[in-house]
Every structure is written in structure tokens, then in C-alpha cells.
Design a protein around this ligand. Structure first.
Ligand SMILES: Nc1nc2c(ncn2[C@@H]2O[C@H](COP(=O)(O)OP(=O)(O)O)[C@@H](O)[C@H]2O)c(=O)[nH]1
Ligand SMILES: [Mg+2]
Length: 303
């Protein structure tokens, strides 16, 4: 583990606890057990962005448990909840990096794609990997500029082209350069696209085809950036996205903001796609590899 990571993790853990529904649960369980309590429970789950399915399932489960054992302690209940929530986790299987390992980043505008690329790039750069960025968001000049600034700040290479050029041709150039320069990790920035714009979704397929021609079976990962503050809308968008371009993992951003945290579970339940990273701020160090158990502990924390 690297220095910035260790110190960062501590503050990240603290800010994740902010999401906690454990305290609210504890308060609820100190009330009389009746129909109203279960209504409030379901509401709490739902308002924590756990989604309808998980909220209803958890409430039913608790109803069942409390009817069998009305004197069960809150700690016991939280333990049961933890196990139930862990069942919703799709485990991310760490794979060996290919060389070069090609990661394509996709998502809607403003979700945090470019910032997250900087975070991932910095993460690998800190591990002494040679990183190359490809600026394939050619729609806006500002996008290329933003990525260039990050590249400079981190100290990694970038391949870019002029605004309006074909994104797949930039990808072709970038991957060719990656091969020639002995690069370890390539990260491709793509233009923000709404999953409803079919031509843009098809463009992603074209980028992938071109990538595959230059580097076999690349991109090795397609990561969908999802703004965690968007709740169920984000989940619905991700579903459609995934139907056009299969996603290998999520990067959930803005968990430091107003996000309720429950989306971490609902998005996995609905898509069966794992979360690999979470974003906790605007700086390049504000990234943590997703740790399901730790996350659920924080979510259910009562301190
Ligand atoms: N608070 C917070 N802001 C973030 C995070 N990730 C990105 N942002 C901000 O979200 C805005 C959009 O990010 P950007 O990377 O440009 O999104 P893109 O349009 O998808 O490339 C910027 O103001 C970022 O600083 C995060 O994890 N936390
Ligand atoms: Mg961008």
C-alpha cells in the first residue's frame, strides 16, 4: 500500500460512515414493534437508495425475524442485515493486468469520467506502472484540455487529436503508441453519451472493434462511471448502457456528496456487475478500491 493511500483511507472511512443507516435503524428499533415500524423501516431502506427490491426484501426478512424473536437485540439485527446485504454483492475478481492493459471509460456527461480517469491513472502511476491516456472525447475541445492537464499533473503520457476527429482513429493511434512505448496501462476517455442516443452507443462498439484490431481482446475492461447521487435513475441508465456495451465493472463517483450509499447495492443487484472503484472527492487521490464488507460495515455503523 502506498503512503497517500494509507492516510487517505482513514479519512475515506470516516466519510463513508456519514452514509450510515445503522444509527437510524437503531433509533427505529427502540420503538414499539408494529406495522408502522415496518413501514418506517422500508421507507428508510428506500430513502437510502437501496432500491425497491432490496428494501422490500429486507423489510420482509426483518418482519419474519422479529415475529419469531421480538426481543432480539439491535446488534443481532444489524448482523443479519449485514449478511443479507453481502448477498447482494457481486464480487469483483481481480485479474492479472495484460500488457498493455486497456481500460475504456464510458458514461454520461458530468458523471465524473475524466476525473475518475485521473484517479485510476494516478493509482497505477503510484505503483510504478507506465500509464498512457487516450483522449477519445473529441466532441469538446475542453474535454481534451481537461485530460491533458491531469496527464501533466500526474506525469503520464497522453495521445490526443484535434476536436471533431473520429474517436476510433485517436484510439487506433493511442494503442499503437502504447504498444511501441512499452506501456502498462492505457485508459481511454470517451465522450459523454446518453444511453438513449443509439448512434453514440454504436460509436462505442466501433471504438472497441478498432481497439481489438490493434491489441488483441482489448479493451480488457469497460468501466461505466456512475454518479452515486443519481439513485434509481443511475441504475436504470446503467441497465440500458449495459445492454448496448457490456460493462465489466462500475466506478461509483461522488460518494462524498449527497449520495445515500444504498445505490452501491441496488446497482449490483439489478445488473450483476461488480463495483471496482468508488470516488470520494474531486482530487486524484480521492479513490478507493471497493471493499464490500468494509462498505457494508460503514453503512450499518452505529457510531
Ligand atoms: N464531490 C465529487 N465530485 C466529483 C467526483 N468525481 C467527479 N467529480 C466532479 O464532477 C464534475 C464532473 O466531472 P468530470 O470528470 O468532468 O465528468 P465527465 O463529464 O464525466 O468527464 C467535476 O466538477 C468533478 O470535479 C467525486 O468523486 N466527488
Ligand atoms: Mg469528461
Amino acid at each position: 500500500m502506498f503512503k497517500f493511500f494509507k492516510t487517505k483511507l482513514k479519512s475515506v472511512a470516516l466519510s463513508l460512515k456519514r452514509l450510515s443507516i445503522g444509527r437510524k435503524l437503531k433509533a427505529l428499533f427502540s420503538k414499539k414493534i408494529d406495522a408502522k415500524l415496518f413501514e418506517e423501516l422500508e421507507k428508510l431502506f428506500y430513502e437510502s437508495d437501496l432500491g425497491v427490491k432490496i428494501s422490500v426484501e429486507l423489510t420482509d426478512k426483518l418482519k419474519d425475524i422479529l415475529s419469531k424473536d421480538p426481543n432480539i437485540s439491535t446488534d443481532e439485527i444489524l448482523k443479519i442485515l449485514k449478511n443479507e446485504l453481502l448477498k447482494e454483492i457481486v464480487i469483483y475478481e481481480e485479474k492479472e493486468l495484460k500488457k498493455p492493459h486497456v481500460i475504456m471509460i464510458v458514461g454520461v456527461n458530468g458523471s465524473g469520467k475524466t476525473t475518475s480517469i485521473a484517479k485510476i491513472a494516478n493509482f497505477y502511476h503510484e505503483q510504478n506502472k507506465k500509464v498512457l491516456l487516450i483522449a477519445a472525447d473529441t466532441y469538446r475541445a475542453a474535454a481534451v484540455e481537461q485530460l491533458s492537464k491531469w496527464a501533466e499533473k500526474i506525469g503520464v503520457d497522453i495521445v490526443k487529436s484535434t476536436q471533431g476527429s473520429d474517436p476510433s482513429s485517436v484510439v487506433f493511434d493511442g494503442l499503437t503508441a502504447a504498444r511501441n512505448r512499452d506501456v502498462d496501462v492505457v485508459i481511454i476517455d470517451t465522450a459523454g453519451r446518453l444511453h438513449t442516443k443509439i448512434n453514440l452507443m454504436q460509436e462505442l462498439e466501433k471504438i472497441k472493434k478498432v481497439a481489438n484490431k490493434v491489441i488483441e481482446s482489448s479493451p480488457h475492461e469497460t468501466i461505466l462511471i456512475v454518479d452515486a447521487t443519481t439513485g434509481q435513475n443511475g441504475v436504470d441508465g446503467a441497465k440500458i448502457f449495459n445492454s448496448y456495451t457490456p460493462i465489466s465493472a462500475f466506478f461509483l463517483t461522488k460518494l462524498d456528496g449527497t449520495a445515500k450509499g444504498g445505490m452501491v447495492l441496488s446497482i449490483q443487484k439489478e445488473l450483476k456487475v461488480p463495483i471496482k472503484w468508488i470516488g470520494m472527492g474531486e482530487k486524484m487521490q480521492d479513490i478507493i478500491p471497493f471493499d464490500a464488507e468494509k462498505f457494508i460495515d460503514d453503512l450499518l455503523s452505529t457510531d
